[in-house]
Design a binder for this molecule. Structure first.
Ligand code: ADP
Length: 296
C-alpha cells in the first residue's frame, strides 16, 4: 500500500493547564481533500500548527511525505495557510505575488498570471493589498501560498468571516489544484464546508472520532432525527432526556441522544399529540451527537 501523505499517531498537546489534543490519530491519503471539523476551541489550530512544524507535540508522532514536519526536505512541498496571515498592505496584489514567488524560487511570471486568473483577481492586480475586501484578501493569501506549488496544502479555517461568493471562489480554487493532484487538509467549523471534503476527522475538546466520509458519518443517524412544532417540545420538557433539542423558527429538531434505545424514543414520540416528522440527518446533527457522546 502507498504510504499516507500525512500520518498522525497518538498525538497529544498539553499547554500549561489545557490539554488541547488527546491521543489523536489519523492518516491522509494522496489526493484527498481531508477536513478537520470541530467547534471553536476543539484543537484544530493546535493540530495544524503541529503539522506545519510551528510547535512540537507533547507526545505522539507526525510524518508528512515520510518525513517529520521540520525536515528541510519538506520545504516547498508542504504549504500552510494560518488563520491570521499578514500580507504586505503597502504592496499591490501583483507585487505581493511577485514577492512570495521570489521567496519560493518560483519566478515564472506566467504562473503568477495564471494564479491571478484562477483567483479572479486580475482586475485588482494594481490595487494595494491593504485596500482589498476581506474575501479578496483571503484569495490573495491563498495564491501567495499556492505560488510555491506544494504537494500538500494545509489550511486553517480559510473561510471564516468570508462572504458566500468569495467562499465559493476559494473552493473553486482549491478544487482546481486538487484536480492537479494536490492533497488538501482543511480545518473548518462550518458543516456546509465539511460536506465538500472526501473524509472528515471530527474534533471536540481535543478528542477525535474515527475518520469517515460525510455520508458515512451521517448514516448511523438515519431514522434518529425528527422535527416537532416548538410548542410541543415546550410542553414536554422530558423530551430532552431522550433527545438533544435544537430550536429552529417554529419547530424543534430532535436528535436521539447517544445510548438511548430507538424503541424507547419511538414509543415516546408516539404519545405526542402531534406526529413527529423524520428528518434527513445533517453534519450538524453528527457534530451534536459526537459532542454529546464525548460528554458521557
Ligand atoms: P480551535 O482551532 O479548534 O478553535 P485551538 O487549537 O485554537 O482550537 O485551541 C484548543 C484549546 O487549546 C483551547 O482551549 C485553547 O484555549 C487552548 N490553547 C491554544 N493555544 C494555546 C496556547 N498557546 N497556550 C495555552 N492554551 C492554548
Amino acid at each position: 500500500m502507498a504510504q499516507p501523505v500525512i500520518l498522525v499517531e497518538n498525538l497529544t498537546k498539553q499547554y500549561d493547564r489545557v490539554v488541547a489534543l488527546k491521543g489523536v490519530s489519523f492518516q491522509v491519503e494522496e489526493g484527498e481533500i481531508f477536513g478537520i471539523l470541530g467547534p471553536d476551541g476543539a484543537g484544530k489550530s493546535t493540530l495544524l500548527r503541529l503539522l506545519a512544524g510551528l510547535d512540537r507535540p507533547t507526545s505522539g508522532r507526525i510524518q508528512i511525505l515520510g518525513s517529520p514536519p521540520r525536515d528541510p526536505r519538506l520545504r516547498g512541498r508542504v504549504a500552510y495557510m494560518p488563520q491570521v496571515f499578514n500580507l504586505y498592505a503597502d504592496l499591490t496584489v501583483w507585487e505581493n505575488l511577485q514577492f512570495f514567488g521570489h521567496v519560493f524560487g518560483r519566478t515564472d511570471a506566467r504562473e503568477w498570471e495564471r494564479l491571478l486568473e484562477i483567483a479572479r483577481l486580475g482586475q485588482v492586480r494594481d490595487r494595494l493589498a491593504g485596500r482589498l475586501s476581506g474575501g479578496m484578501k483571503k484569495k490573495l493569501v491563498l495564491i501567495t501560498v499556492l505560488v510555491s506549488q506544494p504537494q500538500v496544502l494545509i489550511l486553517d479555517e480559510p473561510n471564516t468571516g468570508v462572504d458566500p461568493v468569495s467562499r465559493r471562489e476559494i473552493w473553486d480554487l482549491l478544487f482546481e489544484f486538487h484536480q492537479q493532484g494536490m492533497t488538501i487538509l482543511i480545518a473548518t467549523s462550518y458543516t456546509e464546508e465539511a460536506e465538500r471534503c472526501d473524509r472528515l476527522l471530527l474534533l471536540y475538546q481535543g478528542r477525535a472520532a474515527e475518520v469517515q466520509s460525510p455520508q458515512a458519518l451521517k448514516k448511523p443517524l438515519y431514522e434518529k432525527v425528527w422535527r416537532v412544532p416548538t410548542e410541543v417540545s415546550r410542553r414536554h420538557p422530558d423530551l430532552s432526556t431522550l433527545f438533544v433539542i435544537q430550536q429552529r423558527g417554529g419547530w424543534s429538531r430532535l436528535i436521539l441522544r447517544p445510548g438511548i434505545p430507538l424503541s424507547q424514543a419511538l414509543s415516546f414520540l408516539q404519545q405526542l399529540p402531534t406526529l413527529a416528522t423524520p428528518e434527513e440527518p445533517t453534519l450538524e446533527d453528527v457534530l451534536v451527537h459526537f459532542q454529546e457522546a464525548m460528554h458521557q
